[in-house]
Design a protein around this ligand. Structure first.
Ligand code: GRF
Length: 202
């Protein structure tokens, strides 16, 4: 039986698109039951075009951040997911969301954590002058990009890279990693031991 997955997005949705394609393949192990966003974005359009239910929970529509977090938690919970994926979702969730989905809420970040957390990862990596960066899939905790790491992939930085070219090179590796590991997590299970995620140990 396929795991039920809700994907949260804020942007163009290239990671989401890769997941939608993967989930079409029999035996992948996951099916996307809904896509949520905090704003209108390309990711929502991709989901709608694929016939996947969507919802938008805007911070500006809530009285405060805690109310937004409660609303988001309820919207996601209504789809009864086994796993929730943040694929370019540009908001930090709050305590209520983590109480409900902690340990099964994954995020993909476009650097090799713990280097360069936050929303300008590729820019910060480029400015620092690293020769290798990459993408990190991790289980979200209350910190900013501090959760236990599921997988990482390295991507070289070219001497003539701009933020745009580096961001795009990272995205290619990031998508493949996300698709591969989400499938493995769903098919084989996992266990968290301290700061390690042990795959195939469900
Ligand atoms: C990803 O690279 C993610 O790491 C970053 O935003 C990007 C989302 O891209 N936080 P997309 O919306 O999946 O195309």
């Amino acid at each position: 039986m396929s795991a039920r997955v809700v994907v949260l997005v804020s942007g163009g949705g290239s990671n989401l698109e890769a997941l939608i394609d993967a989930a079409r393949v029999e035996g992948y192990g996951a099916r996307i039951v809904a896509v949520g966003a905090d704003r209108d974005c390309g990711g929502l359009e991709l989901a709608a075009a694929a016939g996947i239910p969507t919802f938008v929970t805007r911070v500006g529509d809530a009285a405060d951040r805690a109310e937004w977090d409660r609303s988001l938690t309820a919207r996601v919970a209504a789809f009864n997911p086994d796993l929730v994926i943040s694929a370019g979702f540009l908001k930090l969730v709050g305590a209520e969301f983590l109480a409900e989905f902690g340990g099964r809420f994954l995020n993909t970040h476009n650097t090799l954590l713990p280097a360069f957390p936050g929303i300008h990862g590729p820019r910060d990596a480029l400015e620092y002058g690293v020769k290798l960066t990459g993408a990190t899939l991790f289980i979200v905790d209350a910190g900013i990009d501090t959760g236990v790491i599921v997988a990482q992939v390295a991507v070289p930085v070219a001497d003539d890279d701009t933020v745009e070219t580096l961001t795009e090179r990272i995205k290619v590796a990031e998508r493949a990693q996300l698709v591969d590991h989400l499938g493995r997590l769903c098919r084989d299970g996992w266990r968290i031991e301290g700061r390690r995620v042990v795959l195939g140990a469900g």
